[in-house]
Design a protein around this ligand. Structure first.
Ligand code: GAP
Length: 527
């Protein structure tokens, strides 16, 4: 656990030091759970968006994009159920005056039980060496069985309490399990209360005429209320999808773990409209599709897993999370939900407008069902940074052992693709480097650097994940070649200066990943 916290801390400080992410309004000591993306962060973020947008809208002929406003008619949120049901269970510790999510306290307690089992397994594996049989150990070891029984009993009780919104029972679990406040160390808990996560503001300048409106807590509703507009003007035939990238806001009770849980964040959501009765097939289809999108980045399939929901949101009849192995363990990065006709049906009811699709094949009209894919851009950003962050021991220029921090970001997503570095600031080398820079900058995000030793400049580029450094030196004057230095293995090779663009393009083109994904034909599964 301490090691995990340590690696998250390292990533946070690296993000700040190298211009990826800063605390918001830092000169005023920051604003809790709000962050600003810096010069390198914004490039990485834009590249992630491009990867998602192109995959969704270009690789799927039947998916189009929109960009809806953040402010929406307040009835939207009554219809969607957010006014009445978008709540988290809140509990305070009377001694520390700290506020927690009751469900989080219980889940953390359960995580500790799982960690206990993992430790037993680790110890036994060490003790028995090659002879160790994990399955057998898990099903026979007395300590493991006892802990597993506690987990099962707790899970059943917890799920029941959540499903029936039984706040008293949630509190009782906290009391029974003797869960203490991490700050005060006491069990002096208040009642559990529901807390609505939507931010409110007022619209209109005259106070009598002001109306309360909300900052959207998800981008999805902007898609639902535009369903008819897009379907009609785009002459869309079911099945079809609408994709959107945009900001969402939630007044999270406990916002922590850096950009994992923020109060202002960005979502990339797609609502796929389908014929009622086909939803389980499309749900499975999008589960496979979305997982492939993640895995195509090459961080290893073991770093992802599905978590199917037992407790379903008020709008869903099936839901799963794609979880990523973050420094703090496996956590949700994307949700895939079968939302039935709940949202369109509700908007039809609240607006009084008919929101239906005439199906020419069936010769009848219906309210379409929806499969939603919803990924948090900031969480995706954190997953990429945590999988890419690497500390290595290397031999320095003087032969001594040195340390380098390298971000092994997939080249297509790297904020800077190529750095152009004249070996020295004289003898015509900067002029050649500047010319090369000018040739490259239309095609790639490039950096030009002439300050410090070449070793230091390589380290700086490693730290922001630049896949290629190109050094212009005295040999360039003679034969028009440059040294290309590869980020991952630090290999160096000489190539003709006019071949640099082709090399960078061949390795950093996002289309390579997209093409690979497009070539994998994924059929709609049978029932
Ligand atoms: N439209 C469905 C929806 O919003 P969600 O599971 O609440 O579903 C979808 O959110 C995704 O948005 C999550 O998988 C997560 O990546 C991201 N997300 C949700 N709350 C977040 C927060 N407070 N900070 C950062 N990302 C968040």
């Amino acid at each position: 656990m301490a090691q995990q916290e340590d690696s998250l801390k390292k990533i946070i400080s690296h993000c700040k030091e190298y211009g990826f992410i800063f605390p918001s309004s830092e000169i005023y000591d920051g604003l809790a759970a709000v962050y600003d993306y810096g010069q390198n962060g914004v490039e990485l973020k834009n590249n992630i968006k491009e990867y998602w947008w192109k995959f969704m809208t270009r690789l799927h002929e039947n998916i189009v994009g929109i960009d809806a406003a953040i402010f929406m008619h307040p009835k939207t949120w009554e219809a969607s159920g957010h006014v009445s049901a978008f709540n988290d269970p809140l509990i305070d510790n009377r001694d520390s005056k700290k506020r927690y999510r009751a469900d989080n306290l219980i889940e953390e307690y359960r995580d500790k039980l799982y960690a206990k089992i993992d430790k037993e397994v680790e110890k036994a594996a060490k003790r028995f060496g090659d002879k160790f049989n994990k399955e057998q150990f898990l099903s026979t070891n007395e300590h493991v069985l006892k802990t597993q029984a506690e987990i099962d009993e707790l899970t059943a009780r917890y799920d029941k309490a959540l499903n029936s919104n039984d706040l008293e029972e949630l509190r009782q679990i906290i009391i029974d399990k003797e869960i203490v406040c991490p700050i005060s160390g006491t069990k002096n808990w208040t009642e559990v209360r529901q807390f609505n996560l939507m931010f409110q503001t007022k619209m209109g300048s005259v106070s009598d005429e002001q109306s309360t409106i909300y900052l959207r807590p998800e981008t999805a509703q902007g898609i639902f209320v535009n369903y008819l507009n897009v379907q009609k003007t785009g002459r869309m035939k079911i099945p079809f999808g609408i994709a959107q990238i945009g900001k969402a806001f939630r007044n999270e009770i406990v916002a922590r773990q850096f950009i994992f849980r923020m109060r202002e964040f960005e979502q990339m959501e797609m609502q796929f409209f389908i014929k009622p009765g086909t939803e389980m097939r499309w749900f499975k289809y999008w589960k496979t599709m979305r997982r492939k999108w993640h895995e195509a980045l090459g961080f290893g399939t073991d770093n992802y897993r599905f978590h199917d929901h037992e407790k379903l949101a008020h709008y869903a009849n099936a839901a799963t999370d794609i979880e990523f192995n973050f420094p703090m363990g496996f956590r949700e990065v994307e949700g895939i939900h079968s939302r039935t006709d709940f949202d369109l049906g509700q908007h039809q009811k609240y607006s009084g407008k008919k929101i239906q699709y005439f199906d020419p094949e069936m010769n009848e009209s219906y309210v379409p069902y929806v499969i939603e894919t919803s990924i948090g851009l900031d969480r995706m950003f954190l997953s990429i940074l945590s999988a890419s962050y690497c500390e290595e021991e290397i031999k320095g220029d003087d032969g001594k052992t040195d340390k380098r921090v390298v971000l092994r970001i997939p080249p297509a997503l790297a904020p800077v693709k190529v750095a152009v570095l004249p070996l020295v600031k004289k003898d015509g080398l900067p002029e050649i480097a500047e010319k090369l820079m000018k040739d490259l900058m239309y095609r790639f995000d490039c950096r030009y650097e002439e300050k410090d030793t070449i070793g230091k400049r390589y380290r700086r580029q490693d730290a922001i994940g630049t896949p290629f450094c190109v050094t212009v030196d005295y040999d360039t004057l003679k034969d028009n070649t440059v040294t290309v230095r590869y980020r991952d293995d630090m290999r160096q090779e000489r190539i003709a200066i006019d071949k640099v663009a082709d090399l960078v393009s061949a390795n950093c083109d996002l289309n390579n990943i997209l093409k690979h994904l497009a070539d994998e034909d994924i059929a709609l599964p049978e029932e």
